[in-house]
Design a protein around this ligand. Structure first.
Ligand code: ADP
Length: 530
């Protein structure tokens, strides 16, 4: 074995395994390669065993082989390459090869041949051989990538949870995945070649055919058919079910194919129906409850007025005329009747929110605030409160509701003040789709565990002797704000004041409320702090 290269193979060098017994010929070939501009590492071998060893230890890019050797032949080298499964170009370099033999060798798999007295042709022949090999390799790589992506696509389609089926221009099924088999209760083998109508209930078939005919005549564009729709489909056992379908049209190899992706929405429809029924039930029971609260609080007022008036009369007429206990008991009865009256009035005010409110209109919040500050004038004066505000927007609301919200929040900020005179700030900022309002104070604050409770009807954190009130104001605020699709909450720490925040949509509501019985601010007059 002779290595005719000066150096060991370098990256980018052409590795050549040359089967040749004649050293001079080998040198001439090496020269021809150098002259042809190749940087080569050539290893010369003479026998099969050597060839095999070299092939395995240093796989070459190219084999050059003399046709006739004392103990072997160039075509023997080709057999070894075949046996080893190697796609390496083999060029015969021979002094004696006639045209007939040369053609035969190429037929058997040799890449080309060059005669020893025409070695000037060798570089060009090698370049062509390497180029062809490069092309072959690229083709193989792209074939393999195509096969892999086809296999992945097939696996994806067949394992998809949605049913996927493809049909041709004649509406015959040409692909039917596993989910489609389950959905329609029909195997792929049974479905292939069948018209799609087989899976459409009888009564929709005529419309479907008309659609297909129109489609055939007018050629609907992809955009028109790439849409989701809810349809009814037919299982193989004759059972109908609702489904959602999207259809797309593709051109494949000159054929128009339609791929339909289907989803059985039986359970979703059922869930939607159940939900709608529950919502309906809930709405009705809410309306019943509101009606009950309204009627009860409204109708209780009259007998309560009687009780309050007559206990008051008893107190005035008989004070000091009966014994001491009688005076005390009559006093309790008067207090109880008055308290019950305020509770019932508050409950009525609460149940009226959203019931008979004036129609929504643009409410200038600055004007509403001004009205509230006027109304709260005595409490502001007495407490030394300072109320500041930013520019306030116009919002879509029931006007008396807006004044009520400001009055309840500012009234509370004054009532639940700390040692310092109340410093109250009303702010509003545009937060995209809604306005974010805040009413902050420097009052006593609220413990974190109570921040959720205080919006519940009649929930209070103090006795009435500590702070007057019934615990209805914030519940009313919540009902008003939520009625306008807003949200209300408080951020607070005991001793560090509170910030009540609420949102209201910037957009005018779609529906119109009917005004029948505008709610007056006096409805919350039971709270003396307001
Ligand atoms: P009321 O003022 O009649 O008690 P509300 O519903 O307006 O009823 O308030 C419920 C409770 O929330 C109050 O009793 C009070 O404990 C607490 N609260 C409301 N506003 C404030 C505030 N600005 N600072 C501290 N506590 C407050």
């Amino acid at each position: 074995m002779t290595d005719t290269s000066d150096l060991a193979p370098q990256p980018g060098q052409l590795r050549v395994l040359h089967v040749e017994d004649n050293e001079l010929d080998a040198e001439l070939v090496a020269q021809a390669l150098r002259r042809g501009g190749f940087s080569t590492a050539v290893v010369v071998v003479q026998a099969e065993a050597e060839f095999e060893r070299e092939l395995r230890s240093h796989p070459p890019n190219l084999v050059l082989a003399d046709y006739n050797l004392p103990q072997w032949t160039g075509m023997g080298a080709l057999d070894v390459l075949r046996r080893e499964g190697l796609d390496i170009p083999l060029i015969l370099v021979s002094g004696t090869l006639g045209d007939v033999k040369a053609v035969e060798c190429i037929k058997r798999g040799a890449t080309d041949y060059v005669l020893k007295d025409g070695l000037a042709r060798l570089p060009e022949t090698i370049r062509r051989a390497l180029q062809e090999k490069g092309l072959r390799e690229r083709q193989e790589r792209s074939d393999a990538a195509l096969r892999e992506s086809q296999a992945q696509l097939a696996a994806l389609i067949h394992s998809a949870l949605d049913a996927i089926l493809t049909m041709d221009e004649k509406q015959s099924i040409v692909m039917f995945n596993g989910a489609a088999e389950k959905m329609f209760g029909c195997s792929e083998a049974e479905a292939l070649g069948q018209p799609i109508e087989r899976f459409i209930p009888q009564r929709f078939r005529a419309a479907h055919s008309a659609h297909v005919r129109r489609f055939g005549e007018t050629g609907i564009t992809n955009r028109a058919i790439n849409k989701l729709g809810t349809l009814r489909a037919l299982r193989a056992d004759g059972q109908e079910f609702p489904m959602e379908a999207s259809i797309s049209r593709t051109q494949v190899g000159g054929r128009t194919l339609f791929t339909v992706i289907l989803r059985d929405i039986t359970e979703r429809e059922l869930a939607e129906k159940t939900l709608a029924a529950k919502m309906d039930q809930l709405a009705r029971s809410n309306a019943d409850l509101e009606q009950f609260a309204y009627v009860a609080s409204h109708d209780l007022q009259e007998p309560l007025r009687m009780v309050a008036a007559y206990t008051q009369l008893l107190a005035e007429r008989y004070r000091g005329k009966l014994d001491e206990n009688a005076d005390k008991y009559i006093g309790y009865a008067c207090e109880g009747a008055l308290r019950m009256q305020t509770l019932v009035q508050d409950l009525l005010a609460f149940s009226r929110v959203g019931r008979n409110g004036a129609a929504c209109r643009g409410v200038d919040c600055e004007a509403a605030l001004k009205e509230v500050l006027l109304h709260l004038g005595p409490a502001i004066h007495e407490s030394g409160a300072v109320v500041t505000h930013s520019t306030l927007p116009t919002v879509w609301a029931n006007p008396s509701h807006m004044t009520q919200v400001f009055q309840n929040l500012i009234g509370n900020a004054i009532k639940f003040r700390g040692k310092e005179p109340p410093a109250i700030s009303v702010q509003a900022e545009n937060a995209g789709e809604h306005w974010l309002f805040s009413v902050s104070d420097n009052g006593i604050g609220i413990a974190p565990e109570h921040v959720g409770n205080i919006f519940v009807v009649f929930q209070r954190l103090h006795t009435r002797t500590e702070y007057p009130g019934n615990g209805i104001g914030l519940a009313i605020c919540k009902k008003i704000i939520e009625h306008r699709s807003g949200r209300i909450w408080v951020e607070s720490q005991p001793g560090h004041g509170s910030i009540f925040k609420f949102t209201l949509p910037c957009e005018a509501p779609a529906e119109k409320e009917v005004s029948a019985e505008p709610m007056s601010m006096a409805a919350t007059a039971s709270n003396p702090g307001r």
